[in-house]
Design a protein around this ligand. Sequence first.
Ligand SMILES: Cc1ncc(COP(=O)(O)O)c(C=O)c1O
Length: 373
Amino acid sequence: MRRRAFLQTGMAAGIAGATGLGSTPSHIRTTPITAEGPLRLSSNENALGLSPAARRAVIDGIPEANRYPGAKRRELVAALAAKHGVARESIVLGCGSTEVLQVMVQASATRRCALVTANPTFEDVFDYGIPETYRVERVPLDANMAHDIDRMRDLAALSWDPVLVYICNPNNPTGTLTACSDVDSWIEDAPANIRFMIDEAYFEYVDDDGYWSAIKWIEQRPNVVVARTFSKIYGMAGMRLGYGIAHPDTAAHIRRFMCQVNANELALRAALASLEDGGLVGRSLDANTRAKQVVYSCLEELDLEYLPTQTNFVMHRINGDLRTYRERMREHDVWVGRPFPPMLSYNRLSFGLPEEMERFTEVLREFRTKGWV
Ligand SMILES: Cc1ncc(COP(=O)(O)O)c(C=O)c1O
């Protein structure tokens, strides 16, 4: 199907879903990311959009949007506490998980603290280290593209001052995993000056027996905070809702730095409906797997190496200069990922819908015929 026709089909379904006109079967995609315009494969969004149940909850919630959202906040906190088997006091809602990461970085800052991260990794945490507060130690990923836990651990051990350790697992931009057993053994032995910020934004996408959540530590270890989000598997990036999970004392400390009423009524309703939509995670995973297969088979056909991913994006070789590649993609109405030094011969490609990835692969094949990749 040509892109325009495909988008129009999606748009028609989207309007029906958004207005509540007609009942859209839940397995049917109800909207494209945009009605017209570029293929947006640069921000690791979920192209399925809000689930039909979340959409309905948002529309039904509009009459309540003039009220402060206390009741729905409490409801969502209770739902998340039940989901993760933790106390309600352990849940901290954020404006996306970004707010949780930001506040962790800022609330942990002292005069001589260090921030230990992998390289490359998700860059937001660096943006929040107030200039000259943190000594930043970026440790290259190891040969398996996992966090080099031994080196990070050695570096952290050099300090008596607070050390904030950021572990993004799976890692953005590489989509790769770090063995949770290695993370566990570090957490188990770590002194209290070492604080762990474990970012599990892509948790639900992982299909690997050696992977599990760090949430299991939060009761015993006040120095561990786990960040989760509704932006990825739940398709709510534009609604801005994420959360941290931590020991109640740590959660109380973090909360003091956050906007007290930071989640809006409609986002809260969408999140509650998403959690209750038992098929949502499966649908997202299914679309992601199909999109991934389309991309993998094209990359293999073109002999462009890629890092097998545990997320909704993939890092792949481009055989050339990243800036030029991205500009050429833009000229073809395709937005692809930003630079992640030192991996400048790779592009980070987010997965859209399978049909969107077919369109992307057409462009990539055209690039090959022109000798651009
Ligand atoms: C690893 C990681 N953490 C956190 C975020 C922030 O997501 P949000 O603030 O939408 O929850 C992102 C967004 O792409 C991410 O990739």
